[in-house]
Design a protein. Structure first.
Length: 56
């Protein structure tokens, strides 16, 4: 397996990595019509789960 020469993330704590991930996932993106990746993902989940809840 080839390993890249990217940033060594082991210097960050898990809490720091979680905060970075939250920051990136809640930042609005032009490619998503200025919605965040988290908003897009939640909308997708609602679409996928809708048929399941309609059957009950």
């Amino acid at each position: 397996m080839r390993h890249g020469t990217g940033t060594d993330l082991s210097i960050y704590s898990q809490d720091e990595l979680n905060q970075i991930a939250l920051s990136l996932n809640t930042r609005p993106r032009q490619r998503h019509d200025f919605r965040s990746p988290l908003q897009v993902y939640n909308e997708y989940l609602q679409l996928v789960e809708a048929p399941l809840s309609a059957k009950h």
